[in-house]
Design a protein. Structure first.
Length: 455
């Protein structure tokens, strides 16, 4: 990683003012606006970015990210509040740096994410560590770093954490992640985590028992309680249902003399992929804040997607177009290796021609990538102004779980990432090269085979 002290890039297209012709785009964050027929990020032309950095390319709107962090902080200002940004949504250190600078912390799920968060300067006392399968080594490193709390997801994990802490004569701060048995209305079953049959969290009765036994240990400090019911939720009620369950536990434990410091309501706050409204934050805050404030509890939330999703777009260029089986295929240079969501969860992302073509017919097309999988697509049967080879497409709301789930499958090079900030363009991750692909691979010497030239 390098720190950039001065931007080598000047601002993009000069501002043409905010007169007529500006328009926000459904399914893209507010930083993405069309001016004079060309899609821009904060007045920087996406055509120009693609020219300069190549495609596929992730583009992030720094102001859009900051605005979302501030919106959470404002909504929950009536209570002692910590936004622990969920690093898994997008862990680029530049993005973590900006989020941390606004006073936010991090929700991590691995030693790797801990390393990212600390490298970006997020103070350890603002970091919480979730995940069902933490390793002993990850526990040690996080304990030494002095994180705010471990979100423990099983009795076995609690025992291991206690032994790790005892060995170092330390005290591990703990919040039990409770499985509240709430069926969260997420668009895909893979992103539901609050129902009893999921691998996440500890059922209520067992969790209460864990608190009771753990309070006897000198190496565990019971700091809070945690719940996370799923991802891309747009309704308030499931949160309140989960909240009621954990508040009843807080009260029960309080009656037994065990006072907790914080309640973590998790993440999952939905965004508008198609241009619809996301989760109504103010309505959630109105219901949550008084219940916590009256108990003197600190509130943590762990949004990922709601912070970075709308602030990111993926740029991809059309390579070819063909017709087969009654379908039109638009073949782009980006696909499931850059953005897995459509393929893996049936995720729907808006796709726009960066430069509008008034003359193009609108027809249903499949936008597919170059990867050798039938499941490699960005959109299927999508009504689009049919693009031509060479056209640039922008995929909206791709800032979360886009780059972070990208892969090298088919030996593809992972894309570059740029951040538009205050009229400047920063390259925050270089495009991979073939040397990156082979890093760490070793060809062992061959055993000579008798009777061949090698013997
Ligand atoms: N906290 C915990 C404990 C989590 O497991 C997650 C997400 C979050 C917070 C953040 O959720 P968010 O606010 O970003 O919805 N790859 C999927 C999403 C998987 C989410 C996993 N956990 C997708 O692309 O939709």
């Amino acid at each position: 990683m390098e720190r950039e002290f001065e931007s080598p890039f000047s601002s993009g297209t000069p501002s043409t003012g905010s007169g007529s012709g500006d328009r926000g785009i459904d399914g893209f964050g507010p930083g993405f606006i069309r001016q004079g027929g060309v899609l821009e990020c904060r007045e920087v032309s996406l055509e120009e970015l693609a020219e300069r950095f190549g495609t596929p390319l992730y583009v992030y709107d720094s102001q859009g990210i900051a605005d979302r962090v501030r919106a959470f902080q404002k909504a929950f200002q009536g209570v002692d509040f910590l936004l622990a940004y969920s690093v898994k949504a997008n862990g680029n250190v530049a993005i973590l740096d900006r989020i941390g600078a606004l006073g936010a912390g991090a929700d991590i799920v691995s030693g790797g994410e801990l390393h990212r968060a600390l490298t970006a300067g997020i103070p350890s006392e603002r970091i919480v560590f979730a995940g069902v399968g933490k390793s002993e080594e990850e526990m040690e490193v996080a304990l030494e770093a002095g994180i705010y709390s471990f979100h423990v997801e099983s009795a076995g994990e609690l025992r291991l954490l206690e032994s790790v802490a005892a060995r170092r004569d330390l005290t591990a701060p703990v919040g039990i992640r409770v499985n509240p048995d709430v069926v969260s209305p997420t668009p895909h079953e893979y992103t539901r985590t609050g129902h009893a049959a999921s691998k996440f969290g500890v059922p209520v009765e067992q969790a209460l028992e864990l608190y009771r036994t753990a309070r006897e240990s000198p190496h565990l400090s019971l700091r809070g309680i945690d719940v996370h019911i799923g991802s891309q939720i747009v309704e308030v009620d499931p949160y309140l249902e989960a909240l009621d369950t954990v508040l009843a536990m807080v009260d029960e434990l309080g009656a037994e003399g065990l006072e907790l410091e914080y309640l973590d309501l998790g993440g999952g706050f939905g965004v508008g992929y198609e241009g619809e409204a996301g989760l109504p934050l103010e309505a959630l805050a109105r219901a949550v804040v008084p219940r916590l404030a009256s108990r003197g509890l600190r509130l943590l939330v762990e949004p990922g997607r709601a912070i970075v999703g709308p602030a990111g777009a993926l740029l991809t260029r059309v390579r070819f177009r063909k017709r087969s089986g009654g379908k039109t295929f638009v073949i782009t240079d980006g696909g499931m290796t850059e953005l897995l969501r459509p393929s893996h969860y049936g995720g729907w992302h808006r796709i726009e021609l960066v430069t509008q073509r008034e003359d193009a017919p609108v027809a249903p097309v499949d936008v597919v990538g170059p990867v050798c999988e039938t499941g490699d697509f960005l959109a299927r049967d999508r009504e689009l102004s049919v693009p031509e080879p060479g056209d640039l497409l922008a995929v909206g709301t791709a800032g979360a779980y886009g780059f972070s789930m990208s892969s090298n499958y088919n030996a593809r090079l992972r894309p570059a990432e740029v951040m538009v900030e205050d009229g400047q363009v920063h390259l925050i991750r270089k495009r991979e090269t073939v040397d990156d692909l082979l890093r760490g691979e070793v060809i062992p010497p061959r055993t000579p085979t008798p009777g061949t030239d090698e013997s």
